[in-house]
Design a protein around this ligand. Structure first.
Ligand SMILES: Nc1ncnc2c1ncn2[C@@H]1O[C@H](COP(=O)(O)OP(=O)(O)OP(=O)(O)O)[C@@H](O)[C@H]1O
Length: 216
């Protein structure tokens, strides 16, 4: 896999620049945390990185993108829609087959969500919804994960389990996190965003939580 590289990217809304210009390179195998205060530009950066990595990337947006009326099974199954023929997807929509049911059940088991497999996404709690979207990302199985606050609605033990699953499965990951302790524990590089620009870019093992405080 090649590095994920963006050069001089920027983003504006209504004529106001909210990100960049900035350049960034993520090499295969790196686990990168993106941190910074609310509104700093983390989500905007992640979506632009995903534009560069669509072929091998798995994107978990902050709004999760679940289909409320469909079950947890179907929402997770959607992670691989483009990997199967239409007839297979339609057949599983009507009656989930053995193989995907087993694969998805195993993923949901690691997320403590196995008992919710038939529940519609619209009837889940915030944390259950977030774990469903994590399940979809894990099922999709790309090379590079771009996840926007994947554990923000989870309690501490669940957040650790999900972070372990994500950094364990994906070769390369860029994850926006508001929890600096999780960022330092599960990634090997921290990028701090302030006012749409990179204000810090350091190996995690050289940082302590207090080094990240000026970003907030
Ligand atoms: N759709 C939009 N229309 C207008 N402005 C937007 C839009 N989306 C984001 N912005 C602005 O862009 C800036 C960066 O937003 P972004 O969502 O990237 O920040 P963030 O660091 O991810 O914040 P948070 O931690 O709250 O998710 C903010 O000032 C925000 O108000």
């Amino acid at each position: 896999m090649n590095s994920l590289v963006v050069n001089d990217i920027s983003a504006s809304y209504g004529g106001t620049r909210v990100l960049g210009p900035l350049s960034l390179s993520v090499v295969p195998g790196e686990k990168v945390a993106v941190v910074g205060r609310s509104g700093a530009g983390k989500s905007t950066l992640l979506s632009l990185l995903y534009d560069e990595a669509r072929e091998t990337g798995v994107y978990m947006p902050q709004d999760l993108g679940l289909v409320e009326t469909l079950s947890v099974f179907h929402n997770v199954f959607m992670g691989r829609l483009d990997q199967h023929p239409i007839w297979y997807n339609l057949a599983n929509l009507i009656h989930p087959m053995k193989r995907p049911t087993e694969d998805i059940s195993a993923i949901l088991e690691t997320l403590s969500m196995a008992d919710k497999i038939r529940e519609p996404a619209g009837e889940l709690s915030g944390g259950q919804r977030q774990r469903t979207a994590v399940g979809r990302a894990l099922y999709q199985q790309g090379r590079i994960l771009l996840a926007d606050e994947p554990v923000s609605a989870l309690d501490e033990p669940q957040a650790h389990r999900v972070m372990q699953a994500l950094v364990g499965q994906f070769e390369t990951a860029v994850i926006a996190l508001h929890d600096v302790d999780l960022a330092l524990q599960y990634t090997d590089r921290v990028i701090g965003i302030r006012d749409g620009l990179i204000a810090l870019d350091e190996p995690s093992n050289r940082l302590s939580p207090s080094d990240l405080q000026p970003l907030y």
